[in-house]
Design a protein around this ligand. Structure first.
Ligand SMILES: [Zn+2]
Length: 605
């Protein structure tokens, strides 16, 4: 019955931020739980009630309680250290109520990003007999092996690290070095965390030599409010991926496939691509059927559709031109969906949901496109229309907001709770993510950065205002101003950028544009305080010609605070399709499959 395990037993620690998540991880067979509050902040000290409830409830998994008084950096003053020591003493006092091993997770750095030895001595003393894990603060130190040796000297039991500021895969070389050092007597165990997923964990373990991994195993909450919950299917899928027996009942039949924590009902029985479904009884030779969705990205002039399978791969794609009227465009979307689904069926894919992203103003909750000028759509109930046509759940949303979702899951702002995606194409629009949640606004019109005033009393915008940002920096704006100011007519943004440094008109148009965007981003930064601004859209392909002066202007415009980091999109024009596929799997009740998607698979076409 028991599967032979891999070359070594892998210890799996699941990070959770509530009792339900702890129970899911415990029942699924995780070795340890890291208990936090507020994972969207990166994890802070959980409440005494949460700690006691988890201590009393777990039966198998050890419990590691994080002691971190707030989000943000790891530089703690005396007052914060007092609080942390009080929390540590309280946890030590509760620990006897737990049937399994209790430990604590903490960290303290100096302002120069080195291990704060004095603070650590205080914290270790307060932890008393509880084993101490030094958390990912170590990844913020420049020299991880040096920090690791300091922690060894302090008597820390374990170090949670990605080997650097990126993902564990990116830090694999440093992780391998730390694992080598962990063979020394009394050296801390290396617990690998940071973008660890079922897909790729085997190669990560092989590359680093590590045998302990740490991950969140979350999918969107069924509450539909944008919060996350620990997903039993994700935990089970991960344990199966590291060769741990309890989740690999797939070969044995439908029953044992997923240990389903009953505290959190889960709709989906079959977690992921590793387990082909079979259609029992319908045909003499049932072909394996894979779950898939149809993702549609509606543009002003064409509609692009794709069949995306449960591994995030595009298995079929098709594009059609927009119709000449609003009604004709709806008919074309319907026809596109029927074509794609027929093709999906032919290749053995079962379409469980549809995701559609459109420009304009979108009421995602009701599935209604309130207004999309380029498509001549007003109050079009696109979601209900398509759902009735296809008989599967359909989710629709705004194109830029959905690209922002995709970028924050798989792209340039992955893992960043506060970010803004700015799409600079024909026009300009932004997707604002605040505290991990998309900001929609009262009219679902939040993020209209293109129409933020950038030049008081400036040139007229098609929207009826004057001096809008996108009049100065957008594909349409740059081309129009270049011609209007005496440049050669008919050149697009790329051609104008190619003339920088040799054509004074190009220089002027571009610097006006960059200044307008910098002003818009200055306002945005002061209002919503993003950590990262991601630039997407056709104009962002200008690359350094845009980003370098923009960084300088933005930094110059912010006198008393730092500027957010500006990054270029990693998903490019694929963001709409990828985000639409995420919406579709969520609509179809299979939202957890996206947890194991890799950017490489998503971008392969
Ligand atoms: Zn405007």
């Amino acid at each position: 019955m028991t599967e032979p395990s891999g070359p070594r037993d892998v210890v799996v620690e699941i990070c959770v931020d509530d009792l339900a998540g702890a129970l899911v991880a415990d029942r699924a067979g995780a070795d340890r739980i890291e208990l936090c509050a507020d994972l969207l902040e990166g994890g802070t000290t959980p409440s005494a009630g949460t700690i006691r409830s988890v201590f009393r409830a777990v039966r198998h998994a050890g419990v590691q309680v994080i002691v971190r008084p707030r989000g943000g950096d790891f530089v703690h003053d005396e007052a914060e250290l007092d609080v942390m020591c009080a929390d540590l003493e309280a946890i030590a006092a509760l620990a006897p109520e737990c049937a399994t091993e209790v430990g604590v997770v903490l960290g303290a750095l100096t302002p120069a990003s080195r291990v704060d030895v004095a603070a650590m001595r205080r914290l270790l003393a307060a932890a008393g007999p509880l084993p101490v894990t030094f958390h990912k603060a170590i990844d913020a130190t420049g020299d991880l092996p040096a920090a690791y040796e300091v922690l060894h000297g302090l008597g820390v039991r374990r170090v949670l690290t990605a080997g650097g500021p990126g993902t564990a895969a990116e830090g694999a070389d440093v992780l391998a070095e730390l694992v080598r050092r962990s063979a020394a007597p009394g050296a801390p165990e290396v617990l690998v965390g940071g973008g660890v997923r079922a897909a790729g964990v085997r190669s990560l373990l092989d590359a680093t030599g590590a045998s302990s991994v740490h991950l969140r195993a979350m999918s969107p909450s069924p509450r539909g409010d944008g919060t996350l919950r620990t997903d039993p299917a994700v935990v089970a899928g991960f344990l199966a991926a590291v060769g741990r027996g309890r989740a690999d009942g797939a070969a044995g039949g439908p029953d044992g496939a997923v240990p389903d924590g009953d505290a959190v009902p889960d709709d989906a029985a079959v977690p992921d691509a590793a387990v082909p479904e079979s259609r029992g009884g319908a045909a003499p030779d049932p072909a394996p059927v894979r779950t898939a969705v149809v993702a549609v990205d509606i543009g002003g002039t064409s509609f692009k559709g794709a069949v995306v399978d449960d591994a995030g791969r595009t298995v079929r794609s098709l594009a059609v031109a927009a119709g000449s009227t609003g009604a004709e465009s709806i008919d074309r979307v319907v026809a596109l969906l029927h074509d794609l689904r027929a093709g999906a069926r032919a290749s053995g894919h079962d379409v469980v949901g549809v995701g559609v992203v459109t420009p304009g103003m979108v009421d995602a909750e009701r599935g209604v496109v309130l207004f999309a000028s380029t498509l001549d759509w007003t109050d079009v109930p696109l979601g209900p229309i398509l759902s009735a046509e296809l008989g599967v759940p359909v989710e629709i949303d705004h194109d830029v907001r959905t690209s922002g979702l995709a970028e924050s899951l798989f792209g340039a702002s992955a893992g960043v709770a506060d970010s803004v995606l700015v799409a600079v194409g024909t026009g300009v629009a932004a997707s604002i993510t605040s505290g991990g949640h998309a900001v929609r606004g009262a009219l679902t019109a939040a993020g209209e950065l293109g129409h933020v005033p950038a030049v008081p009393g400036g040139e007229a915008c098609t929207c009826g205002q004057v001096g809008c940002l996108e009049v100065y920096l957008s594909g349409a704006g740059v081309a129009r101003r270049y011609a209007a100011l005496g440049g050669q007519p008919g050149l697009d943004t790329a051609a104008v950028v190619a003339r920088l440094g040799t054509d004074p008109v190009a220089d002027r148009v571009w610097s006006d544009g960059v200044r307008a965007l910098a002003l818009g981003l200055t306002s945005l930064t002061l209002l919503v305080d993003p950590a990262v601004v991601v630039l997407a859209g056709g104009v962002s392909r200008a690359g350094a010609a845009l980003v370098d002066p923009l960084r300088a202007e933005l930094a110059a415009g912010l006198a008393w605070r730092g500027a957010p980091e500006i990054r270029l999109s990693q998903l490019g024009t694929h963001g709409g399709r990828i985000g639409a596929a995420v919406l579709a799997f969520r609509a179809g009740g299979h939202g957890h499959v996206v947890d194991s998607w890799s950017r490489a698979d998503l971008l392969a076409e």
